[in-house]
Design a protein around this ligand. Structure first.
Ligand code: ADP
Length: 403
């Protein structure tokens, strides 16, 4: 039997098929229509082989249909699918753990769409298509916000008028929880440590970037907040900025709400500062060619990460492990070196050779470094498959108790 995992983004649908018992990954892939709204590139990896096709994609229904078809052609039949796990970015305050999807759950996720307008609607569309195609199996929703359900109140409430929290629900939610939880547990495993005694800072550095302080397997502080705009600098988002700037540009420069939304979501971060790209590799290449704004973008990016690490370490009163994950964190040895360079005062010593040569998952700090540095390949799809299995067995172990 298998578990199918679906991760729907704004113009792509990623999938993973896992063995329902041992959680080995049988197949994975992506239907990607970022370049062309109707024609998508479908890539599928099964065993050692990788194939790509161009397919017509008028919507999420047909994207899911292509996934089913291609899995069938590779010998994985629909009858073997035991359950489907769906990634949902925003679970609001209602969803504190993974749930089996029914019409009421769908309606609640829909109502949360105004908090995550770029993320929840595609997940809903994919969910509806998948439920229609596979009506006989349980579908489970796994939320990125659920890991942060027990953040301390002092970290949830913003120092704004208290009524905004009470009446309008303005509060920190935190995001990338699936990745942060997986990485903290995996770090403990790699360090042969008991997660209940481990203080880790997990740095998820992809297109979106967030950092979380995880103490004993539970988050105690995180950089993203009410929306995924807060915190560190990202590909196209600025992270935290002086809110006075936003009032100023609206009042004095005539920027509309729409214009502000666009600038903050799509025109800031690495792209905004460098003027080159939101893609870390392209910004690095431009910096290597001597482009000053690209260099500046990288310096700000690394600086913001160091500041986050420093403040999260202070929250926990120290740190045992610093984990780099996601596209940039897993792959860029130079970024890791830039970040760790400023952190030697904390007793953190990167091993330059290991940092350059090892592939994730690996420990890349010096043996005598009191703070360990790790690179971990984030495996959100695996975590969703495991959560899905736990949800359908009606048994959700508390994180930190088992792995
Ligand atoms: P997402 O948040 O969309 O899942 P990823 O985790 O795939 O994104 O991260 C995308 C980022 O990772 C991009 O900025 C990309 O440039 C960067 N990245 C991917 N591979 C490398 C690499 N080899 N070196 C440096 N950066 C990389």
């Amino acid at each position: 039997m298998t578990i199918l995992v679906i991760n729907a983004g704004s113009s792509s649908l990623k999938f993973g098929l896992f063995d329902a018992e041992g959680f080995g990954e049988l197949s994975s892939g992506i239907v990607d229509w970022r370049a062309d709204a109707r024609k998508a590139e479908l890539t599928v990896v099964t065993g050692g082989s990788r194939e790509s096709f161009i397919v017509e994609v008028p919507g999420y229904g047909s994207a899911f249909g292509h996934v089913q078809r291609i899995l069938g052609e590779n010998g994985f039949v629909a009858e073997d699918i035991r359950a489907v796990g769906h990634r949902v970015v925003h679970g609001g305050v209602e969803f504190r753990s993974s749930v089996i999807i029914d019409d009421r759950v769908i309606e609640s996720i829909r109502q949360l769409s105004d908090l995550a307008p770029l993320h929840n609607p595609p997940a809903l569309m994919a969910m509806e298509a998948a439920r229609k195609e596979l009506p006989g199996v349980p579908h489970v929703s796994v939320f990125d916000t659920a890991f942060f359900r027990d953040l301390p109140l002092k970290d949830i409430v913003y120092p704004l008028p208290y009524e905004w929290f009470e009446k309008w629900g303005i509060r920190r939610f935190g995001f990338h929880g699936i990745s942060h939880e997986y990485c903290a547990l995996r770090a403990a495993e790699l360090l042969l440590a008991d997660v209940s005694g481990l203080s880790a800072i997990t740095l998820h550095l992809g297109n979106g970037c967030s950092a979380t302080a995880v103490l004993g397997g539970r988050p105690v502080a995180t950089t993203m907040g009410f929306t995924p705009l807060e915190g560190m600098m990202m590909g196209t988002r600025p992270g935290s900025v002086d809110p006075g700037i936003l009032i100023y540009v609206m009042k004095e420069k005539g920027l509309s709400v729409k214009g502000l939304h666009e600038a903050l979501n799509h025109g800031s971060g690495l792209l905004g500062v460098s003027g080159v790209s939101s893609d870390f590799r392209k910004v690095e290449e431009a910096a290597a060619r001597g482009e000053a704004r690209a260099r500046l973008a990288l310096d700000i990016y690394a600086d913001r990460i160091r500041s986050a690490v420093g403040s999260l370490a202070a929250v926990m009163g120290g740190v045992d492990a610093l984990v780099f994950t996601a596209g940039v964190g897993e792959n860029s040895a130079s970024l890791r070196a830039m970040v760790c360079d400023g952190l030697s005062f904390m007793g953190l010593e990167l091993d330059n050779m290991l940092n350059e040569k090892s592939r994730p998952d690996a420990v890349v700090s010096k043996e005598k470094s009191p703070v360990k540095v790790l690179t971990i390949k984030t495996r959100e799809a695996l975590f969703i498959a495991q959560e899905t299995a736990r949800a359908i067995s009606g048994h959700r172990e508390l994180p930190g108790e088992t792995f």
